[in-house]
Ligand binder design. Structure first.
Ligand SMILES: C[C@](O)(CO)[C@H](O)COP(=O)(O)OP(=O)(O)OC[C@H]1O[C@@H](n2ccc(N)nc2=O)[C@H](O)[C@@H]1O
Ligand SMILES: Nc1ncnc2c1ncn2[C@@H]1O[C@H](COP(=O)(O)OP(=O)(O)OP(=O)(O)O)[C@@H](O)[C@H]1O
Length: 290
């Protein structure tokens, strides 16, 4: 039988303000998470083995460290506890991944993979968790997981888990990967990271009156990020996403984005994506009710 492939989209942080730091070291931030129509895909074959197996390993990531496997195990455990009266010892699954998103690029690939795993396995295993419960479970895996579980482009606060659906002017993005992997943890623990940007109200958001507090530091640490950003700024409003390394340029339509993509230096890694208000995963789920 043909596999059902489920989308695992990328996100951009259209801006990222750091407003402070919590006692546990995590940062209090404000951001707009823009979901994109480009990403990885995952397929799931449930079985009664009780085992979770990712059949398409990612080079450099141990099987048990993969966020997909971690998400499946976390949900498996949670369902077992919630449904103690059902014999769920045999909940198992084989998982397949088509990886397209560069890792360590600030576009949320790992978090999105974890979220798609939680959402789809909850459906296939008849876990019965509601979106808020799934998002809370996902938060244990990473601050970026809840946005992908909820599935709406959103204005985010807290560590990134307090979300309100947010309307952004439709745009097409040219996203360039400067061929370096930035460690989110290294950026957030850096002594030079600014952490005192004043809070804004969601209603006041505009691309031009916001910024990314990580950008200057990452540009200093990774000259390739700075080079890519300066190149893109010649053509369109551009910014780094998350803690990097990807940089995006904002265009009105795909034709303009394609024109600039063609001018990129040879060997550049890039993709063009439209901003979506609803995740492609959730659009597919909405079209396929139980
Ligand atoms: C910067 C963003 O990419 C914006 O979308 C995210 O907030 C990062 O989300 P993520 O990669 O899912 O983050 P996690 O895996 O939870 O955390 C990675 C590391 O980033 C730091 N971290 C993350 C989120 C946050 N609000 N404050 C932090 O200080 C923590 O030191 C942690 O060790
Ligand atoms: N399924 C997965 N896909 C990608 N990375 C994974 C996965 N599972 C674990 N990882 C680990 O997570 C690290 C960060 O990868 P990811 O692609 O999520 O980065 P990112 O886009 O910078 O994330 P974020 O924007 O959430 O900070 C990788 O370097 C890898 O070691």
């Amino acid at each position: 039988m043909l596999k059902q492939w489920w989308p695992s989209p990328a996100k951009l942080n259209l801006f990222l303000h750091i407003n402070g730091r919590y006692a546990n070291g995590y940062h209090q931030l404000q951001s707009v998470f823009q979901l994109l129509d480009f990403g990885d895909e995952l397929a799931f074959e449930i079985d009664n083995s009780g085992k979770i197996a990712l059949c398409t390993p990612i080079e450099g990531v141990e099987h048990d460290d993969n966020l997909i496997v971690k998400a499946a195990r976390l949900l498996q455990q949670h369902i077992k506890v919630q449904h103690a009266n059902r014999d769920l010892s045999a909940l198992g699954c084989k998982i397949y991944l088509k990886k397209r998103l560069p890792m360590g690029g600030g576009i949320g690939g790992g978090s999105s993979n974890a979220a798609t795993t939680l959402v789809v396995l909850n459906k296939l295993w008849h876990g019965g968790l509601n979106p808020n419960e799934l998002a809370n479970l996902g938060l244990q895996l990473g601050a970026d997981v809840p946005i992908f579980v909820m599935g709406d482009t959103a204005f985010a606060e807290g560590v990134g888990e307090k979300l309100q659906p947010f309307t952004v002017v439709p745009a097409t993005y040219l996203v360039v990967f400067p061929d370096c992997h930035v460690s989110t943890q290294a950026v957030f623990t850096h002594v030079d990271l600014p952490r005192n940007t004043a809070k804004i109200s969601a209603n006041d958001y505009q691309f031009d009156n916001t910024h990314n507090d990580c950008q200057e530091l990452v540009c200093e640490l990774y000259p390739n990020v700075a080079k890519t950003l300066h190149w893109l700024l010649e053509y369109a409003p551009s910014r780094m996403t998350g803690t990097g390394s990807c940089v995006f340029a904002v265009f009105k339509d795909a034709a303009q984005a394609t024109k600039v993509q063609k001018l990129l230096p040879e060997g550049s890694i890039s993709f063009i994506a439209a901003g979506l208000s609803r995740s492609p995963l959730h659009q597919l789920l909405d079209a396929q009710p139980d």
